[in-house]
Design a protein around this ligand. Structure first.
Ligand SMILES: NC(=O)c1ccc[n+]([C@@H]2O[C@H](COP(=O)([O-])OP(=O)(O)OC[C@H]3O[C@@H](n4cnc5c(N)ncnc54)[C@H](O)[C@@H]3O)[C@@H](O)[C@H]2O)c1
Length: 445
């Protein structure tokens, strides 16, 4: 059982004060009919309060290892579910109309959330999770494969052997042809070469570590490295003061920065001017980080000898030194499972305990359970709201045992452990405070 028995009936719009605003799907700008908004609001609070089974709507094919995290005693799962408590998806472009009125959170099994209307959901107090790092190993392995394969003439070598075997009369002739032509596919070893890693987050740090294990000298640059990422980074990675220094000293440069306005076209004419003559550039981050025209020129001039990318570009593929994979970075069974498991665990922890990990619109917040009764409260990040909440609790003689409050940009989120079971009326009264977006009782089993 996830939630309280909740037999208590909720006062509805007729006998409770008119809602001062409706933070839900039916916001004040949408609902002009105050009584309808009031009834909807009351119904939603009651619904949340009385919830016994959580409903999870899935979009896309979610790995079964992720779906198995949801106990079927407590969760109802499916792609047909309407009005869910949580949505679990991969790349489905989520429309606001698909979110229903009781939605509490969205879990994106993957890193990017450009298929989720985050802003609109944030205004309704809906938490959006992603799964940073869950596919990092998959991308790392492909980057290492790209370096190994393209540095050794493996791709043209395989093509040569296939053609030669079709035209050779017998095994002896094939053997002779192979031995006579193999020198044209001679490559370089990675050991002893210098790799520049731009962006030292989940993927960049793993690539740096693997490259060190291959005997490469590794340079790294990341002006905004997180504390966690810095801890994870091997101390043998040589820290660069700026990207120009990294470009100038690297035989191979690999990009692991997100696509932001500040990184769009980061590899442009100016940046390419710092690269070593004949360098290799790897792009398994995002296509738009590289300026196509500038790279086209650099390939023609021979400044860049090889470009290996997960994002095929017809213009660049005309160069012999360009290799592309069809966006395979995260395409492994393991990565899809890791993402699904991580997204599912985050949804469960949020629904059952109110904890938030890896949200793109809410602060990370985790509070160990101290009592069986917890309120999870979301509000606008302005003064005096928490004070009003605490006085409502005090007026009802409800003792607060522990609480945690965190904010991020315009939202604040609170976990409040209380000594006695909150009623639906209490939740409704708190939710009626101007600035409170939503409140939810989160009772342990
Ligand atoms: N090919 C694929 O299928 C695939 C799969 C997963 C991720 N990706 C891409 O890889 C990117 C990196 O993923 P991640 O999980 O390592 O992300 P991450 O957020 O863990 O790390 C990104 C790092 O880049 C750094 N950074 C930002 N701007 C920078 C700049 N101008 N110079 C240097 N560093 C900078 C950040 O500080 C951060 O540490 C993602 O944003 C995504 O676009 C591609």
């Amino acid at each position: 059982m996830l939630n309280p028995s909740g037999d208590e009936t909720l006062r509805t719009g007729t006998d409770r004060e008119p809602a001062r605003r409706d933070p839900g799907a039916c916001g004040p700008s949408v609902c002009t009919d105050a009584s309808r908004a009031n009834a909807l609001h009351a119904a939603r609070v009651a619904d949340r309060y009385n919830c016994r089974m959580y409903k999870i709507r899935t979009f896309n094919q979610i790995a079964s290892r992720g779906l198995d995290r949801f106990s079927r005693d407590d969760y109802e799962l499916g792609s047909e579910i309407s009005d869910p408590d949580a949505i679990l998806l991969r790349s489905h472009p989520l429309a606001v109309e698909e979110t229903g009125s009781r939605l509490l959170c969205v879990g994106r099994a993957g890193a990017g959330v450009n298929n989720v209307p985050v802003q609109a959901l944030s205004e309704r107090g809906i938490v959006v999770f992603n799964t940073p790092g869950a596919n990092a190993n998959a991308v790392k392995e492909l980057v290492m494969a790209a370096m190994l394969v393209t540095g050794r003439g493996v791709v043209p070598g395989i093509e040569f052997v296939r053609t030669a075997s079709l035209s050779a009369a017998d095994a002896t002739e094939l053997h002779t042809t192979v031995e006579a032509h193999k020198r044209q596919f001679k490559g370089h070893e990675l050991m002893g070469r210098t790799l520049g890693v731009l962006g030292l987050g989940a993927i960049g740090a793993r690539v740096a570590e693997a490259a060190l294990q291959m005997g490469m000298h590794v340079l790294g640059y990341d002006p905004a490295i997180s504390v966690d990422a810095a801890w994870r980074l091997p101390s043998d990675v040589e820290r660069m003061e700026n990207q120009q220094a990294l470009f100038a000293r690297s035989d191979i440069v690999t990009l692991h920065v997100p696509l932001l306005e500040s990184t769009r076209g980061l590899i442009n004419v100016d940046a390419l001017g710092y690269f070593r003559e004949g360098a290799t550039l790897l792009n398994f981050a995002r296509e738009e980080i590289v300026d196509t025209e500038a790279l086209d020129d650099a390939l023609r001039q021979g400044r860049i000898r090889r470009y290996v990318s997960d994002f095929p570009n017809a213009r660049l593929l005309q160069h012999e030194g360009v290799f592309a994979t069809p966006h395979l970075g995260a395409s492994t069974v393991e990565a899809e499972e890791n993402c699904a498991v991580m997204a599912a665990d985050q949804i469960i922890d949020f629904l059952e305990h109110g904890n938030i990990r890896n949200s793109v619109n809410y602060p990370d917040i985790v509070l160990e359970r101290t009592t069986g009764y917890r309120l999870a409260l979301s509000n606008r990040n302005v003064p005096r709201i928490l004070g009003q909440v605490l006085s409502i609790l005090a007026d009802r003689d409800i003792n607060v045992i522990d609480m945690l409050n965190k904010s991020r940009d315009e939202v604040a989120y609170n976990l409040i452990d209380i000594e006695s079971e909150p009623t639906a009326e209490l939740c409704a009264e708190i939710e009626a405070i101007d600035g409170v977006v939503n409140v939810r009782p989160v009772h342990s089993a």
